[in-house]
Design a protein around this ligand. Sequence first.
Ligand code: AMP
Ligand code: MG
Length: 409
Amino acid sequence: MSGMTEFDVAGRKILEGIEPLPTVEVDILESLGMTLAENVPSPNDIPFAANSAMDGFAVIHKDIEDVSEDNPVTLKVIDDIKAGDVSSRKVTPGTAIRIMTGAPLPRGADTVVMVEKTRSDGDSVIIAAPEDAGQNVRRASEDVRKGEVILEQGEIIEPAGMGMLASIGRSRVRVSRRPRVAILATGNELIEPDGQIATGKVRNTNTYSLFGQVLRCGAGPVALGIARDSREDTEKKVKVGLAHDVLLTSGGVSVGDYDMVRDVLTEMGLKLVFWKVRIKPGMPLLYGRIGNTPVFGLPGNPVSSMVTFELFVRPAILKMMGRNKLFRPVVTVTLDEDIDLRTGRNHFLRAVVTRADGGGYTARTTGPQGSGILTSMVLANALLMVGPDVSRVERGTGLKAMLTGKESM
Ligand code: AMP
Ligand code: MG
C-alpha cells in the first residue's frame, strides 16, 4: 500500500516536534512518577554522624579484640545513649557506653558489641565474644557524601527517590509539569460501560485502556466521552480536547464513509505530519498538530489503539515530562512456536515473555492476534517485533521483544 510512513520515521517525526513542558515545584508526596527537572545534590553527609546499627555497647576495639568464653573482659558502663540523645562522655580504655540503634557513636568508641553477645554485671558489662573493628557502626557519609548528586535531571521519581529526597532534607522538588492528556472516543455505535448492550452497540473500551496508559506514564488523563459520527459533535469535542497538552482521539481515522475525524481535524487547522504507518496493528494512525497541541488520531480497534499508544504516544508524553529515557527495554527472545505472518508491515505481536531456565528469554504469542481481540493485550507483557518482509518465523528463532512492563507479571 502506498502512502504509508515507515515505523521508525513516524516515531522520529513525532518526537522532533515535542518539547518538555515548563517545570513546577511540587511537594515530594506529589512527585511519584514525575521527572526531575534539576540535579539534586545532598547538602550534607548521610548518615550525618556515625551511629550504631545495633542495640549494644560502644567500646574501643582494642579492649575486646582478644576476648573469648575463657577470656572475657569486663568493662565499666559509664553512660546510656538512647536514639536522639548525644552523650557528653568519652569511652576510654576499660569502659563502655550502652547504646541504642540509631544513637550517635560516643567519642572514643570505634565499635559496637551487640547486646546479644554481652552479659550485665551490676554497672559493668561482660563481653566474651569479639567483634571486628568498626562492627555495627554506620559511618558518617557511608550512604551519601555531602555534595553528591543523588538524583539526576531527567530521572523518574520512584518511591526510593521520594525517601532519599526526604533524607537529604528536600520536602519540595522541581519537576516537569504533568501533561494533561484529553481522550476522545468516536463512534455512533459506542455506549459507556454501564449502558445496555444490544446488537449494533459496542462498549467504549478505548477511553478506559487509554486512560490507564496515560496514568501509567505519570501524566493526567481527561476523558471527554464519546463524539458521535457527525461533524458538529466531533468538532465540538475536539475543541474541548485542544485545551489540553495532548489530544488523543480513537476511531474514525480509517477510510469508511463515517470516518470523519481526519476531515474535521483538517478543517480545524491540522498540520498533518503523517497518516497511516506501515505497522500491524495500528496502520490508520494519524498524527499532526493543531496550533501547538499534538493530536494523535488513534485507530478504533481496541488493540490498535493500545499498541499505537505504546509505540508512539508514550514516548511523546515522556518527552513532554522531561524524561531522559523514552523507550521500553528491548530484549532478544527465543520464539517458542511457529508463526505465519502476512508480509508488508512491521508486526507487533502480543506475547508473553518469560525468563528461560538456562538464561535468556523465551516468548509465545498470546493466541489470536486480531486487532479487536483485547484478550491478546490482557495476557501480554511484551510486543514481539517482526519486520515487514517475514512471512514465517520458526520455533527457536531469535526475535526482538519490547517489554511493556506489566506490573502483574
Ligand atoms: P473505526 O475506525 O471508527 O471504524 O473503528 C474501528 C473499529 O473499532 C470498529 O469496530 C469500532 O466499533 C471499534 N471502536 C472504535 N472506537 C472504539 C472504542 N472507543 N471502544 C471500543 N471499540 C471501538
Ligand atoms: Mg467509527
